[in-house]
Every structure is written in structure tokens, then in C-alpha cells.
Design a protein around this ligand. Structure first.
Ligand code: HEC
Length: 251
């Protein structure tokens, strides 16, 4: 009996492990792959702000356009800047070798990034840049210390003056509505065009899009799953009636 108990306790240990690889507390975000508008906004942000440096080489533009209900011609006109055709893979022109010279590390392909790092990590990472004059681009990151990537969203978020903290529950004063402890940046050294709430929403959309990219077939599974459940509900009626018919004369 003792042995079983010990096994049970050991089996539970992974449940208590933190999800963050870096050991930093993270803010939570729950991806919603059925929120098409959010995924479309995320795709637009990714193309405009990230694809200068990061590829998505396991995905094709066309698949993304179809999955997110964006008409192919609209996608080609507004969301492909490399002159690629809609059927091509989402590659970029920057060479990894040159990028290593510029940034100290090449920007990795982000197709599977949400599966590698997790969505909480990504959501926190995008909101974790802060001013640090010792770094080549004048910014550091609370989740990825000494990261080679510049703060791409500085014009939207602004630049945080001090290292932000994450993973703390936000609480409100019930009378005044003032936040007591809030996640993320408390003071900005440069202002951005978005409010913190707007920026959080933009980071959410972008990470939602990265989550979709990590598992594009999940959208299909959701759709097919609905039909399967409808079929089962439909069949249940007939199986129930048949069951009644079989047992009718036995009781
Ligand atoms: C100017 C080029 C550039 C742009 C634009 C850029 N990045 Fe990066 N990014 C980098 C570089 C360089 C690294 C590698 C940093 C390192 O390893 O120190 C990186 C690393 C990352 C990482 C961490 C990868 C890992 O797991 O090690 C993520 C996530 C990321 N970028 C997301 C984004 C997103 C999302 C955008 C768009 C909002 C973006 N990047 C735009 C250059 C860029």
C-alpha cells in the first residue's frame, strides 16, 4: 500500500512544476482559436512587425488566408510584402548569417514558437521590454534577459522605465476602481500610441495567431468535432429507441 501511495505522490510532482523555463513568473493568456477577428488582427501584426526578421517557413500564405477567412486577393495585396505568390511558404529575405552579425543571434523561425515556449511565455515576453542603456538597442527583457531582439513595439507600447514584474493577480479597490497591484509596466520612459490595455489586447491577438500557427489543424478539429457531437446526439435517439424495443418483452 505504501508503495502505491509513494508512486501516486511521485506522479503528482510534475503538476507542481512551473511552466516557465526561465523561472520568471508569467502572465496567463488563454488562446481562442475560434475568435477569427483576433486571429486576423494577429496575422496583420505579425506581417507588419515581425516578418522583417522572422519567417514562418512551415506555413503557406494560402492556408492562413483560407483558415482565417481572408480572401486570397485581399491577403496578397495587404499582407505579402516580399513579392511572393499566395501559394508560397512564408519565408523572408534576411539571411541568418547576416542577422547573426547584426543582432548577436539570428531571429529564429516562429512557426512552432508557441509550442516551444508556450503562449503564457510569449504573451509575457512581448510585454516585458524595458529601458536598459547597457544593451546595444537600449532595451532589455524581463523574461528573456539580454535578448538580441530590439523592442519592435516601442511605438505602440512605449518604453517601460523599469524592469516590469509579472504573474501577480490584479486587484481593484471596489469603491474607487483603482488598481492596487497590476502586472507589467508601472512607469514609462517613452510614451506609445496605445494604452496599456490596448497594448495587452494587441499582444493577445499576436500570441493567439502564433498559437494557431503552431497547430493549424486544431481549427479543423474544432469544426469536425462539432459535427461528430451532432452526429452522436442524433444517433442517440435511434439507439435509445432500439434499446427500448429489444428489452420490451423481457421485463
Ligand atoms: C529587427 C529584427 C526583429 C524583428 C522585427 C522581430 N524580432 Fe523577434 N527576434 C529577433 C532576434 C535577433 C531574436 C533572437 C534573440 C536572441 O536569441 O538573443 C529574436 C527572438 C524572438 C523570440 C524568442 C525566440 C526564442 O525562443 O529564442 C520571439 C518569441 C520573437 N523574437 C518574437 C517576435 C515577434 C512576435 C515579433 C513581431 C512583433 C518580432 N519578434 C520581431 C529579431 C527581431
Amino acid at each position: 500500500m505504501k508503495k502505491y501511495l509513494l508512486t501516486l505522490v511521485l506522479a503528482c510532482i510534475p503538476m507542481f512544476a512551473t511552466a516557465s523555463g526561465s523561472g520568471v513568473a508569467l502572465d496567463h493568456m488563454k488562446p481562442d482559436l475560434l475568435d477569427n477577428a483576433s486571429l486576423q488582427r494577429g496575422a496583420a501584426l505579425f506581417t507588419n512587425y515581425c516578418m522583417g526578421c522572422h519567417s514562418m517557413k512551415y506555413a503557406r500564405y494560402e492556408r492562413v488566408a483560407t483558415d482565417l477567412d481572408i480572401p486570397a486577393s485581399l491577403y496578397e495585396e495587404n499582407l505579402i510584402f516580399t513579392g511572393a505568390k499566395i501559394g508560397e511558404l512564408m519565408q523572408i529575405g534576411m539571411s541568418a548569417q547576416e542577422a547573426k552579425g547584426w543582432f548577436g543571434a539570428p531571429p529564429p523561425d516562429l512557426s512552432l514558437e508557441a509550442r516551444l515556449r508556450g503562449t503564457d511565455w510569449l504573451y509575457t515576453y512581448l510585454r516585458a521590454f524595458y529601458k536598459d542603456d547597457k544593451r546595444p538597442y537600449g532595451v532589455n527583457n524581463a523574461v528573456f534577459p539580454d535578448v538580441g531582439m530590439p523592442h519592435i513595439f516601442a511605438d505602440l507600447q512605449g518604453v517601460c522605465a523599469h524592469k516590469p514584474h509579472f504573474g501577480e493577480p490584479v486587484s481593484f479597490d471596489p469603491l474607487s476602481g483603482i488598481e492596487h497591484s497590476s502586472n507589467g509596466c508601472q512607469e514609462f520612459s517613452a510614451k506609445g500610441s496605445m494604452t496599456p490595455a490596448q497594448y495587452d489586447a494587441a499582444a493577445y491577438d499576436l500570441v493567439n495567431f502564433l498559437a494557431y500557427m503552431g497547430e493549424p489543424s486544431k481549427l479543423d478539429s474544432h469544426r469536425i468535432g462539432t459535427y461528430v457531437l451532432m452526429f452522436l446526439a442524433f444517433m442517440f435517439v435511434f439507439v435509445y429507441l432500439l434499446n427500448r424495443e429489444y428489452w420490451k418483452d423481457i421485463h
